[in-house]
Design a protein around this ligand. Sequence first.
Ligand SMILES: C[S@@+](CC[C@H](N)C(=O)[O-])C[C@H]1O[C@@H](n2cnc3c(N)ncnc32)[C@H](O)[C@@H]1O
Length: 351
Amino acid sequence: MSEAIDSQGVHQHALRFFEEKVTFLFHITDWCNLNCQHCFINAHHTPVHQFTVEEVSSIIRDMKKLKTTRIAFSGGEPTLHPDLPGILEVAVEEGFAPDFVSNGTLITEELAEKVQNLVRCVLISVDGPEEYHDSFRGMRGAFKKAMEGIKALKKMDVPFALQFTVTKESFPYVDWIAQKASDMGAESLKLEPLFAGGRAREIASSCLSEKEIDELAEITTKLYGKYLATTSVYMGINSKKVLTEHPCNAYACFGSKCHRHAENDPREIIILPDGNMVPVDSCLHPRLYMGNVKETSLMDVVQAYFDSPQQNAFLALCKKVFDQQVVSYPYEAIPWSQMLAAASWEEEYAQ
Ligand SMILES: C[S@@+](CC[C@H](N)C(=O)[O-])C[C@H]1O[C@@H](n2cnc3c(N)ncnc32)[C@H](O)[C@@H]1O
């Protein structure tokens, strides 16, 4: 690490920063009021792990020192946090335009009014028509309450978007949700294939096959064109062509330096409710965690991460998955981060 001399003439280690812009997904609580079959966070009905506004505040100040462009708060259910507006306010004061992800069931006009000027967009999860949604989310009435939540957001002019988990069972509802998102005035619709993390391991048979994911990507492109004027329909998926032409997108660029002059620094970081920080995918094996922001400051976690065994193991995993799975992948739409997370638990991919 290089050294710098401060104003008192004292030699100090210069802080290292990521070369690339970073986005954070920040799970502020593991408390939830629903019982979703697929919850990768394993959220429950009591807050076992939850961040205080003070903790969030110091983390966000550190995020600002990094090249953070976007923060989305999630959970658990972030609207159960006793001071979600306070947390959003801190983010806004530091210059961010945060989003939050919610099941929508607890969003009242009063809450919508409180967050009105503090949030860029509220992402509401809707996983299918009423009966399917309620059964998937383990609560009768969840769909109706989510619709009321959206109504409250609309009344207060808070921009909202929808997020839809695509399973084998809900695949037939994809056209329905796109039409619904457009009719309701959602800014965007994200179609997210189910991944087998957390509680979803028990419903792994509902995950789409590689072929179905590829089909979904094609359908998404068509829906994107169809609803362009109202709602931007997209899928969080990588393209095989882009990944193989630009391995830096899979953190597998092992030249002297990336053509973009990046050094395989993480660009998406997740903070889990217990404070553990993970690069790229919440479901990566804990041996790849970057550190814990409840134990040390975010800046200290970042400083210790550079060239650490965890970073080296993460990059080795990315390279192996790239060489052994990405290059030979049979379809164009490639769920790369899910492949990475799955491989991180397999012995043959451990160093
Ligand atoms: C973990 S939830 C937390 C926020 C909030 N309680 C909600 O339900 O939207 C955030 C998003 O992740 C999605 N999600 C949870 N588990 C998933 C899984 N195994 N695969 C794909 N998406 C998942 C949810 O459907 C939701 O849209």
